[in-house]
Design a protein around this ligand. Sequence first.
Ligand code: FES
Ligand code: FES
Length: 918
Amino acid sequence: MNRHVQSPLPVVNINGEEAVVTSAPYKRLSGVLRDEFGLVGTKIGCDAGDCGACTVLVNGEPVCACLTAVGQVNGAEITTVEGLKANGSLSRLQDAFLQFGAAQCGICTPGMLMSAVALLASSAAPGRAEVEDALGGVLCRCTGYAKIVDAVLFAAGSNSVPVIDASGSAVGKPLRRVDGRSKVSGHEKFGADSIPANALMAKLVRSPYHHAAFEFGNISRFVENHPGLVAVMTAEDVPGVNLHGVIPQFADQPVFAEARTRFRGEAVAMIVGEPDAIANLSIDAFPVSWTELPPVLACAEAMAAGAPLLHETRAGNVLVEGLVQKGDAATGLNSAVHVVKRSFSTPFIEHAYIEPEAGWAVRDGDTITIHASTQAPHMDRDAMAAIMDLPADQVRIAPTACGGGFGSKLDISMQPYIALAAWKLNRPCGIVYTRQESMRSSTKRHPSEITLKAGCDAQGRITGFDFKGYFNTGAYASWGPTVANRVPVHASGPFHLANYRAHSVAVHTHCPPSGAFRGFGVPQSAIAQECVFDELADAAGIDRLEFRLINALDDGLPTATGQVFASGVGIRACLEALQEPWRQATGRAGDFNSGNLHVRKGVGLGTCWYGCGNTSLPNPSTMKIGITGDGQVVLHQGAVDIGQGSSTVMVQIAADALGVPAEAISLQSADTAITPDAGKTSASRQTFVSGNATRLSGEALRASILRHANVSGNAVIGIDGQTLVITDGASERRIDLGKLPADTEGYVFKAQETYDPPTTPLDENGQGSPYAVFGYGAQMMELTVDTRLGTVRLDRLTAAHDVGRAINPLLVEGQIEGGVAQGIGMALMEDFKPGRTENLHDYLIPTVGDMPEVKSIIVEVPDPHGPYGAKGLGEHVLIPTAPAILNAIRDATGASVRHLPATPDKVLAAIREGSANG
Ligand code: FES
Ligand code: FES
């Protein structure tokens, strides 16, 4: 970077070194830092000043580099995350981020760090409020902010951190993330961060209408008239099937639409060219003519007689229906003493990961390699093989770091385009979605319209439960079938209901495809169930927590699908963990309210259960672990870590299964050419399913080493350089690994094992055993409502979650806090409207200022199937939050908000209407 200073061009000092900027002065500083100076630690999440991911210091002040023209910083000192290390070591602040688990996916981490550095430079001992203020401009979608704030306070010297004893068993310890160092140093490479300098870039032409017909004009002339463009590709250029879908039998989404588009943002063509030509290209010049067609945007419209069909084979625009019924719901309701019937609705929810879709592909002979941000490398490989008409072994998916997924990056997005361009043009090709096109084209949480009628007897025992839900599944199937099938299984909540009926319908509309988003429809159904339970408890005159205990599922009681667990049902333990906090919180609220008329406090409960893994389908995961001739223990861990911590969890499990310290294990992360198929990162399956595969592999490797050493199962394995030291009682065996024959991968000992959870199919009434393991939770929200304004302030959330066994308690807390933040967004602010809220300015997600104090209670009711008793957690933590908030608003005001989000206008309207807005 030591360029010389004699130039009319802007001169800046970047991380202590002078640099001449050759980019045009109007260029964004963020892009210049990344593209001209290779400082890709500065992230771009929106290019509009909304996310703060691009925060750098200019003369010590934090600025959004995306809103700063490089010409404005002539002569300035600029500090980026790469400049934070002192003498090659992490700074105290960076180390604190590691210690507290403040980085999950890590995409927001550089922006957070830079904001915190500026604060710490100006305030020696900031308080929590000051820290929250300083971080308020940077969005994080993963962490819920608490651990970030704690880390900054620790770095400032104003809070303490427990010392971790890393000796002995790794399972159960709050160890630092094994992949954390690159996240806090700015060296983690996300989808946009390693596109080769010689790569072409691609830009997509997308439909501006919900529903449209289109025709192309003279594409060749368009390319000729734009120097630097290399090619335009359309459906005709797809060598294999022009379709994809995460469930192969429902694959219905074209790579490029043909003649007609079914949602705003659907791609019809790809323009490929040199990076500058693509960056400067106005898409408006592309020769395509559109004819807008009438759309159907809501379920009722789409199901009405005469509505345009999105897919000819799906009558009434119904994609799929799900049903679970047991006993007789109607008879049970007839016998009830108290009956409540309510309707609820929830909108589209955007995943809003801070990393827009990005990646690059390269052709190497007969193989196409795709480096992209994904949650499901092996699924991507199989989909891409069909699209490219290649055998699967000629498609390699080598994922980049994933800057948040939450379910949406299970579906392929940009992968076909970069692969197609790289394959056909025989040059690497990259793509980086803009924030707007990410939000337009990616999958969403299904909007829901739910009616629930439930009744109980005088003692509060539920006698009948009848649920009907319509789910707007958008233009293409994506995970719609999964949502439709999962909801009826879970709509009961973690309760024992003898007379039960739940029917769900997934309906196509001309909206973006609805897919997987943390909970697969269960957060929507839980709102209905939990809010109706509160009203029933009140009608029966029973304490709301007691009401849930009366009906709680237990060991030996059948679920709604008739599944009976002999052990491991943890909802009662979670509710019991909340009993004392509930007593105290309701007392506090009562005391406050007795002296306040307009500002009211409320306390609300929500519960959850969630089956870990696929519903009644095979769900295997395979892990491999080996020891090289020079004593390296390598875990081939294909369970993509999207921030939740699966890499760390697998290392902890492998360490205990093999009987070595966690730091002895190195990691080979997901790559379809190197790691076996661990399945997708979804449905809270990795700790349970892949954790079991890891445990089995570690145990198998241990067994083969002990067999080779001819010692007992109690022997202790030590590693001393390239020598294994096996101690069995008083005897010691030494194995010189360098003298053993190595296989083609360099391993002298190796084991690979697969785990597939035992499930059974559901019959026509939805009866069966769809999951081997459920996780459970209960949350309590304390909040304050200003009844004159309708504003809601969240005071404190107490979350009790049964994880079976906390493999890493620090990561468990991080998951809870992050899930709660997303639940808060769902309850109070998030509302994606196609064409209207396609950016992070109009689509609001919680900032640090929106978060209450979150107190996590880790409950451990071991599951017999789980590795060391562990259950999944990722989806569960979001489910109870929104109902707990709605129930607390009702507790505070007597008013029910049943149509989300509960924005101040809706809260105010509900207060004014009393509780009769349903
Ligand atoms: S990228 Fe600059 S604020 Fe989002
Ligand atoms: S860790 Fe903050 S966005 Fe992922």
